[in-house]
Design a protein. Structure first.
Length: 259
């Protein structure tokens, strides 16, 4: 997004350095998935909801959370009726037996997925890609690594836009991509080839353009717009990483960190 249309950060979280927000998102994901019990993912979920509400993006993050519905449904069904070793039956679903242990495990898993999805969504919505890549390069990541990360982040919106353009052109040539679900699935097949070849062609064009601008030239590039990075943020990032590593080690060792 160009600087002149970028929304000015208004919240404490939004004003943080992109690396700080990246570490917070990483730590939130680790806590949500690694720490046993309810407290870890519940704390992460509450924290992310409060941040999203303060940043004015709660509705958008909840919409993204809805995208996890198929995964959530499958988690609940599989764990409830097929949890290994569970014997406390609470009901039957046809030939399957639902267990209380499986249901509890399913709800904990759903809470983890929701906490992870919220933390990643908030990070992506409050952190411009250019700022993140610039900070990563300024802190030592090579330009090739920066290019790979930037290309990976930009793949989804680019592919979505290209798919829309290809679908419109195919419909203009008489291809039926609407109607029943089966017909729409069949209509996807003619889009795959042009999307793959278009992506490969775009990568080649980007490579040639970067080489023409001295991408492989030796030396470190100068940051034209360095972002504020307070000393307390650097210390907080290091402390948070140490805490996360310690919590993961304790969890692996079987030590209960959070109930």
């Amino acid at each position: 997004m160009p600087d002149y249309v970028r929304r000015i950060p208004v919240g404490f979280y939004e004003r943080l350095n992109p690396l700080t927000k990246l570490v917070v998102a990483f730590a939130s994901a680790v806590i949500a998935f690694v720490i046993r019990g309810w407290t870890g993912p519940a704390v992460v979920l509450v924290m992310t909801v409060l941040i999203a509400a303060r940043a004015g993006i709660l509705t958008r993050t909840l919409r993204i959370l809805l995208l996890t519905a198929p995964l959530v449904i499958s988690i609940v069904i599989v764990n409830t009726i097929a949890y290994p070793g569970a014997t406390d039956a609470i009901g039957r679903l046809g030939p399957f037996t639902a267990t209380g242990t499986g249901l509890v495990a399913a709800l904990q898993a759903v809470l983890r997925v929701a906490a992870f999805a919220m933390s990643v969504a908030i990070f992506s919505m409050t952190t411009p890609t250019d700022d993140l890549l610039g900070e990563l390069e300024r802190h030592g990541l090579g330009r090739r690594g920066v290019f790979v990360i930037g290309a990976a982040i930009g793949t989804i919106p680019t592919m979505r836009e290209r798919a829309g353009e290809i679908a419109d052109s195919q419909r203009a040539r008489g291809l039926d991509t609407e109607g029943s679900r089966l017909r729409r699935i069949v209509g996807i097949v003619p889009l795959v080839g042009p999307m793959i070849f278009g992506a490969l062609s775009e990568v080649e064009e980007q490579t040639q353009a970067l080489e023409a601008r001295g991408f492989s030239a030796p030396g470190r590039r100068t940051a034209l717009r360095p972002l504020p990075d307070a000393g307390w943020e650097r210390q907080a990032r290091l402390a948070l990483l140490v805490i996360v590593v310690a919590m993961v080690a304790a969890s692996i060792a079987g030590i209960v960190v959070l109930p």
